[in-house]
Design a protein around this ligand. Structure first.
Ligand code: B12
Length: 213
């Protein structure tokens, strides 16, 4: 099978919403294609299609939940084989999470995994995280950067609130802020005074290196 066919199989397995099919496709692809590509060009591409089908009323919420579950299992299978990124000095400390009111965490977790395997020390504080917890965790860990994920237009303002709280605490100069999630944009990042926006996990690694190294 060519790489294109393997990636298509991964994407189709996610769209089928079947965990077994996803795990089998990952097993098959993992010796042929780098983990980051399997995630972004295979699994995440399928998940985006699931989103489109959901919006068109062709798939319903239970399907989306099954696809999400299958995607998480596929990513976990790959994590085992990814470089731990813990040799030698860390590139920097990053606190990453999904803002309050938002339970979407698949993309955020992929970003954490990729940053970690690139050599950053990542503290993933989960989803639906109260605004002040980001700032407290950053203080506690001496973080160089906070990553903020938001998947809904209604939760995007949470990214702005974290930046405001950092300013209030006199920490804004010390801690960089990187934002992401489907409704976030470069223009939004500029509007709220974030240091950068990244569209996907590999871009997040590039941006983090640009800002922290
Ligand atoms: C899967 C999914 C779910 C799953 C989430 C499971 C989970 N554990 O995450 C479940 C079923 C639980 C769910 C629930 C809901 N969902 Co939903 N969901 C989706 C769906 C289909 C896909 C999201 C996803 O995982 N994509 C795949 C990942 C890989 O992509 P990603 O998240 O975008 O992440 C990438 C980038 O954005 C970026 N990135 C992400 N985070 C970060 C962070 C940083 C720092 C950086 C740099 C980059 C970055 O890198 C990632 C990797 O490349 C989207 C549709 C869509 N188009 O996004 C809707 C969607 C986000 N959901 C939506 C809604 C409304 C809901 C619900 C309210 C239920 C409902 N009525 O539909 C609830 C929300 C409850 C809540 N309070 O949060 C809406 C939001 C609309 C809006 N207001 O903007 C969407 C857009 C669907 C729609 N069109 O209606 N959902």
């Amino acid at each position: 099978m060519t790489s294109e066919e393997l990636l298509q199989e991964l994407s189709d397995a996610i769209i089928s919403c079947k965990k077994d099919a996803v795990l089998a496709a990952v097993e098959k692809a993992k010796s042929e294609i780098p983990a980051s590509e399997i995630i972004e060009k295979g699994l995440a591409a399928g998940m985006n299609e699931v989103g489109v089908l959901f919006e068109r009323g062709k798939l319903f919420l239970p399907h989306v939940m099954m696809a999400a579950d299958a995607m998480t299992a596929g990513v976990s299978l790959l994590e085992a084989g990814m470089p731990a990124g813990d040799q030698g000095k860390k590139l920097g400390v990053i606190v990453n999470g999904t803002v309050e009111g938002d339970v979407h965490d698949i993309g955020k977790s992929i970003v954490s995994t990729m940053l970690q395997s690139a050599g950053f020390e990542v503290h993933d504080i989960g989803r639906d995280v109260p605004i002040r917890n980001f700032v407290e965790k950053a203080k506690e860990t001496g973080a160089d950067m906070i990553g903020l994920s938001a998947l809904m237009t209604t939760t995007l303002p949470g990214q702005k609130e974290v930046i405001e709280l950092l300013k209030e605490g006199g920490l804004r100069e010390k801690v960089k802020v990187m934002i992401g999630g489907a409704p976030a944009t470069q223009a939004w990042a500029e509007k709220i005074g974030a240091d950068c926006y990244a569209e996907n996990a590999s871009e997040a690694v590039t941006r983090a290196k640009e800002l922290l190294l």
